[in-house]
Write a protein that binds this ligand. Structure first.
Ligand SMILES: [Cu+2]
Length: 66
């Protein structure tokens, strides 16, 4: 499982957008969680963190520490 911290989510619509963005990254088999309050996201699959970060940024959000 790969965990990342998302910045910029302010409402359930943001959570849905991030969930969708992560789910569409090749190699992701499951989006385990995207939490609005903590910003925590977790995905399963064989995928590079950089690809997840790129997808999150393309959706208009940021990954903490990247
Ligand atoms: Cu929102």
């Amino acid at each position: 499982m790969i965990e990342l911290k998302i910045e910029g989510m302010t409402c359930p619509h943001c959570v849905a957008a991030v969930h969708e963005a992560l789910a569409q990254v090749p190699g992701v088999t499951r989006v385990v969680d995207v939490d609005l309050t903590t910003g925590r996201a977790a995905v399963e699959g064989d995928v590079a963190l950089s690809d997840l970060t790129a997808a999150v940024e393309a959706a208009g959000y940021r990954v903490a520490g990247e």
